[in-house]
Design a protein around this ligand. Structure first.
Ligand code: ZN
Length: 339
């Protein structure tokens, strides 16, 4: 039999085998060994090539190589198709199993509280304004009626970058920047990070977050301040919550007040969290001091307004029952996973 006939015979035999090939991996392996193995039919044909005339050899070699590639392609194609479509039983991979879970993070509790508070005031028509965390003494203190040597500077000691430049102690600097560049009516909230040079403890940290509000127009009254903050407290803590205002002092408001809400834990009966008083202190507020208007060139006889500010950490601690403020900044995933 000529080498051409032998090649043709192997090819047709392979075609028959392929047509009858079952989907089992074992059968595919058997056919691979039969044709492509070291002593397989293709290898035997290569041995036969030695007997072919020298001038015929390149042509025959080409035909034989084509047969080899053809068989290799068919077998490889068969095993791949087989793996994908039919032969799941024999595979080690179970495609029906669920995948490895990808850990999903959660929104930081401070961000959650901040977003909730922001959404309440945005609903009331306040606009969102951001200011610089690094600011000058003027914007952080002087413009807010806190001159040098004012005792309030002791309570708000901070980190100085130079004699004039510091890390802001409250977001009130944003109000000054905004008023300088805008004429009333002004109705803004300013959220952000603030800094204090304080001993780190369960109650205080060298940084925290505030959100402040400012409303300036022609006839803004203290009654409007109370109405707005009362609405805010009920939106945040629930419809049954009561509010009260106690006289207080801030350099940038006159008169000033602290707002308390009835204790959300004991409903005002008195418990350890509210120190048996039935009330929780939530925020500071007041009517903008005319001295502040002067520093932003507003006419104090023409404009009135109110301002308020609250600490996000304090609200978050109350809301989630967190006892140690430092947990918010620890980055401990066991703590954060709970929210
Ligand atoms: Zn209580």
């Amino acid at each position: 039999m000529s080498i051409t006939d032998q090649i043709q015979k192997v090819r047709s035999e392979f075609r028959t085998d392929l047509a009858n090939l079952s989907s089992e991996n074992e059968a595919v392996d058997q056919i691979r060994i039969k044709y492509l193995g070291r002593k397989g039919l293709v290898a035997t044909l290569f041995v036969e090539m030695g007997r072919v005339d020298t001038d015929e050899r390149p042509k025959m070699g080409k035909i034989l190589n084509e047969l080899k590639s053809e068989i290799t392609l068919e077998i490889d194609g068969f095993s791949t198709a087989d793996l994908k479509l039919t032969d799941t039983d024999a595979s080690d991979v179970d495609f029906t199993l669920p995948g490895d879970p990808i850990p999903v993070g959660s929104i930081h509790p401070l961000t959650q509280v901040m977003e909730e508070i922001k959404s309440i005031f945005l609903k009331l028509g306040f606009s969102l304004v951001y200011g610089p965390e690094i600011d000058t003494e003027f914007y952080n203190f002087e413009a807010l009626n806190i001159p040098k040597h004012h005792p309030a500077r002791d309570m708000q000691d901070t980190f100085y970058i130079s004699d004039e430049v510091l890390l802001r102690t409250h977001t009130s600097d944003t109000q000054i920047h905004f008023m300088e560049n805008n004429t009333p009516p002004v109705r803004i909230i300013a959220p952000g990070r603030v800094y204090r040079n304080e001993d780190v403890s369960v109650r205080s940290y060298c940084l925290f977050h505030q959100i402040e509000g400012l409303y300036v127009d022609k006839t803004v009254t203290f009654a409007e301040l109370k109405g707005t903050l009362d609405y805010f407290a009920r939106e945040l803590f629930g419809k049954d919550v009561k509010t009260r205002f106690r006289p207080s002092y801030f350099p940038f408001t006159e008169p000033s007040a602290e707002m308390d809400v009835s204790c959300i834990f004991c409903k005002g009966k008195g418990c350890s969290i509210c120190k048996k008083t039935g009330w929780l202190e939530i925020l500071g507020c007041g009517m903008v001091d005319p001295e502040v208007y002067k520093s932003v060139k507003y006419d104090p006889d023409k404009w009135t307004g109110y301002a308020f500010g609250l600490g996000i950490e304090r609200i978050a601690m109350l809301k989630y029952g967190v006892q140690d403020i430092r947990l918010f900044y620890s980055g401990d995933i066991r703590f954060l996973r709970q929210f």
